[in-house]
Design a protein around this ligand. Structure first.
Ligand SMILES: [Fe+2]
Length: 344
């Protein structure tokens, strides 16, 4: 398994080096394509994922938080109660993963924020369903706790963050509306909330919103432009990429994604998945992520369970829900150097 991964990455590493020579007119592009992707290793126990790469120059730690499903609400959003009622009761009582103690999403989110502050991560990635609906109380709480960590945090929506169940409109429209109306304070200033990037210690973090089970053309263009930088890259999504044998929670590029297989459209009071299934853009997005030699990992949530798939050699991770205190610690480190070989 590992040798095929390495050979794939070595192949693309050589291809990138050739490309660098061909595009020497662009000094910036040429210097980034000189990154050495020849050595790669990945290990995970579901709580900590470690990536070793020859393209990494200094250690980096990132905390991924997903699916905390906060349900805070107050009188300011009383008019939306009929649209938040089901989700307001969905995850109120949880058990802390570490000791089984009875708890709740609010308490766990506060505990995770304290942990993040203590650990001094280089970045925090919030990969959706952080809130179960976009109430003012929810957004204010998340912002307050994340600001307290004194850590750069990067947020992207899940399918619940912007969703008041039963409000009329398409998912695309409702997502845009509620990001603008409520969720915007959670994003870095001035970014496109549906796709943005940040470079942290030389690693390109991509936050791409796939919360409507679809990738838009501008998101695919964004991906291509970011991958062309040829930096070591991590892709953060809410809904995981399709992997054979995985169910429809792994919807991005899933061949069975269509109206017939949509089990939750009535209970979630949203439009049914399209009869025709995915767009070509969504399929292309999935394929281009897993075929990119500089994508060192994909990190999603949505499933509320931990999983790891190798997709064309790229580790595709799912972190379990933060409502029980779970997170994923992502560590990136330079690939260990070998001492000079023995001379027999
Ligand atoms: Fe969720």
């Amino acid at each position: 398994m590992s040798s095929s991964v390495l050979s794939r990455r070595q192949f693309f590493g050589l291809a990138a080096a050739s490309a660098a020579l061909a595009s020497s007119a662009n000094a910036e592009a040429a210097s980034s394509t000189e990154r050495d992707f020849s050595q790669f290793s990945f290990t995970s126990n579901g709580r900590t994922a470690k990536i070793f790469s020859s393209a990494i120059t200094e250690p980096i730690t990132i905390l991924q938080i997903s699916d905390s499903h906060l349900y805070l609400d107050d009188e300011r959003d009383a008019e939306y109660r009929e649209f938040s009622a089901r989700m307001a009761k969905a995850y109120n009582h949880t058990k802390r993963f570490s000791d089984g103690k009875e708890t709740n999403p609010t308490e766990m989110f506060a505990e995770i924020a304290d942990y993040a502050k203590d650990q001094k991560f280089d970045a925090i990635a919030l990969t959706g369903d952080i809130v179960s609906f976009p109430s003012l109380a929810n957004v204010e709480f998340v912002k307050e706790k994340m600001d307290l960590t004194e850590t750069p945090y990067f947020y992207s929506c899940g399918n619940h963050d912007w969703h008041y169940e039963g409000l009329p409109g398409s998912e695309k429209e409702l997502r845009d509306q509620w990001i603008e109306k409520r969720l915007k304070p959670l994003y870095p200033e001035g970014v496109d909330p549906l796709c943005y990037s940040r470079i942290v210690k030389g690693v390109n973090l991509l936050l791409i919103d796939d919360s409507i089970n679809e990738i838009l053309p501008r998101q695919l263009e964004f991906l291509r432009a970011e991958l062309a930088k040829n930096l070591p890259t991590l892709v953060f999504l809410h809904i995981p990429l399709f992997a054979p044998e995985r169910d429809l929670d792994y919807a991005i590029g899933h061949p069975d994604f269509n109206d017939v297989h949509d089990r939750y459209w009535e209970s979630e009071r949203r439009p049914r998945w399209p009869r025709e299934g995915h767009t070509a853009v969504t399929y292309d997005f999935r394929d281009e992520v897993v075929n990119a030699k500089n994508v060192l990992g994909v990190f999603a949530g949505h499933v509320h369970g931990t999983s790891l798939d190798l997709l064309n050699g790229t580790p595709s991770n799912v972190v379990t829900a933060a409502y029980d205190g779970s997170t994923l610690r992502i560590e990136l480190q330079p690939f260990p150097k070998r001492p000079a070989p023995r001379r027999d």
